[in-house]
Design a binder for this molecule. Structure first.
Ligand SMILES: Cc1cc2nc3c(=O)[nH]c(=O)nc-3n(C[C@H](O)[C@H](O)[C@H](O)COP(=O)(O)OP(=O)(O)OC[C@H]3O[C@@H](n4cnc5c(N)ncnc54)[C@H](O)[C@@H]3O)c2cc1C
Length: 411
């Protein structure tokens, strides 16, 4: 049997040939999962778009099962909404911020199994600090949680560490700074053809996983002036579900203080009765982080969705200008000062806009991902399950399973 597998390889048959076999014969010809050495080229070649947690989990699950994965990410680094931002101050100090998701909680047993593995590898740790709620009207903490209701997990040393490790896994070849601009399905080729923004062909693939709904949404055009990468006619039923998923926006304000905020009795708090601010987190209190100049602290504030939507209404969907971000930074800091808590002057502040911070609907139901068997096309991401890291992990896992099952690969 292994002779046949080797022959397929040495004769130079592509992954597409492999797909032309029925799922059963694909398996019976190559029992690769039992082979001592993984061969990442024979089973199938899959393109995964996006290195957020759903894409990264999907890519690593496929690679663990012997699939050759090429992952494309338009951002400079991995993580998507779990990114870590590196900033350098005018005097050369380096600051790191989790400016997207600050932490995550886990309820699902399967996700917990993965998180425990990541914890054992030092990629994840529990954030054990105290959290609370602050009331902006009475200007006092109305609740301080002595014991957390659920464990809060963070990536170590940054939220992006998990995605980074998954993208470096054997069998996954990740390319950053590459935006996929078109996705074609030439019928005769029976495979996906991907092209980058510069018009260059980035490869043919037996199957495609897209982990961002924007790839098929008309909103892509209002942001970029280009048609969305995936043509509606290629998978109309599936794309219809992605068209108008409502989203909630958020501005994050990154703050660097050279001394600790000793008047704040907690390291994370919800701000109630504010139209502008929703949460504040002491980012440098997470495991594996350091504050600026030893005793200083890095904080991240999150705006309310209403505030973000108002700003976007006034300034448009395009990338926000420096002036807009400076105005937002000033307003969020002003609101933070309205807490009445004595705050030192930050030596660093910068705002970031998350235009689609949270999907406000989940489109995949119990399936947890969207799947087109004929075209071997999967969509995964938090928009399939729930607006959270846990939801995105579940969706990425499910998309990988669909692909493996439909190709007859033992899991
Ligand atoms: C401010 C904020 C606070 C949050 N707080 C929490 C929280 O407390 N707890 C929690 O569980 N969750 C939280 N979340 C939500 C959580 O971050 C997301 O649910 C999760 O990270 C989504 O992962 P994803 O893989 O589905 O999508 P993403 O992380 O968005 O990944 C999609 C990736 O695809 C890439 N991409 C898109 N188009 C292309 C293209 N054409 N070519 C190449 N690459 C492309 C994008 O650049 C992106 O990296 C928060 C999010 C934000 C923004």
């Amino acid at each position: 049997m292994s002779f046949l597998c080797n022959s397929i390889k040495t004769l130079g048959f592509s992954g597409s040939f492999f797909w032309k076999l029925s799922p059963k014969s694909r398996v019976s010809r190559c029992h690769l999962s039992a082979a001592p050495q993984r061969d990442y080229s024979l089973k199938m070649k899959v393109a995964v778009i996006g290195s957020g947690i759903s894409g990264a989990v999907c890519a690593s699950t496929l690679a663990e099962n012997g699939v050759s994965v090429s992952l494309f990410e338009s951002g400079r680094g991995p993580g998507g909404r779990m990114s870590q931002r590196r900033e350098t101050t005018e005097d050369g100090k380096e600051l790191l911020f989790d400016h997207g998701a600050p932490y995550f909680i886990v309820n699902d047993e399967e996700v917990m199994g993965l998180v425990k593995k990541w914890e054992a590898r030092g990629l994840v740790a529990e954030w054990k600090e105290r959290f609370g709620s602050f009331d902006q009207i009475s200007a006092e903490f109305v609740k301080i949680d002595e014991a957390p209701v659920a464990k809060k997990y963070v990536g170590v040393p940054g939220m992006s560490s998990i995605c980074k490790a998954l993208c470096l896994q054997p069998g996954v070849e990740a390319k950053f700074g590459l935006s996929v601009a078109t996705l074609e399905w030439p019928k005769e080729g029976n495979s996906w053809l991907l092209t980058g923004l510069d018009g260059k062909n980035v490869g043919h693939f037996d199957a495609l996983v897209a982990s961002d709904k924007i790839i098929a949404a008309s909103r892509f055009s209002s942001r970029t002036g280009r048609p969305p990468p995936l043509d509606k006619n290629l998978a109309p039923e599936l794309i219809e579900k992605l068209e108008d998923i409502p989203v909630r926006s958020c501005f994050a304000l990154m703050l660097g203080f050279s001394e600790p905020l000793s008047s704040v009795p907690v390291k994370g708090f919800e701000i109630k009765n504010s139209e502008i601010l929703s949460w504040a987190f002491c980012d440098s209190s997470k495991p594996g982080r350091r504050g600026p100049s030893g005793s200083g602290e890095c904080w991240v504030l999150h705006s309310t969705a209403e505030y973000a939507e108002n700003v976007i209404k006034q300034t448009g969907l395009e990338k926000p200008t420096d002036d807009t971000l400076a105005m937002v930074a000033k307003e969020l800091l002003q609101e933070f000062r309205k807490t009445g808590l004595p705050l030192p002057q930050p030596f660093f502040m910068k705002a970031h806009r998350w235009g689609s911070a949270f999907p406000a609907a989940a489109v995949a139901g119990d399936e947890k991902c969207l799947w087109d068997e004929e075209k071997r096309l999967a969509f995964c991401g938090d928009f399939c399950v729930s607006p959270s890291i846990e939801g995105a992990i579940l969706s990425g896992l499910k998309a990988a399973r669909k692909l493996l099952a439909s190709s007859g690969i033992d899991q």
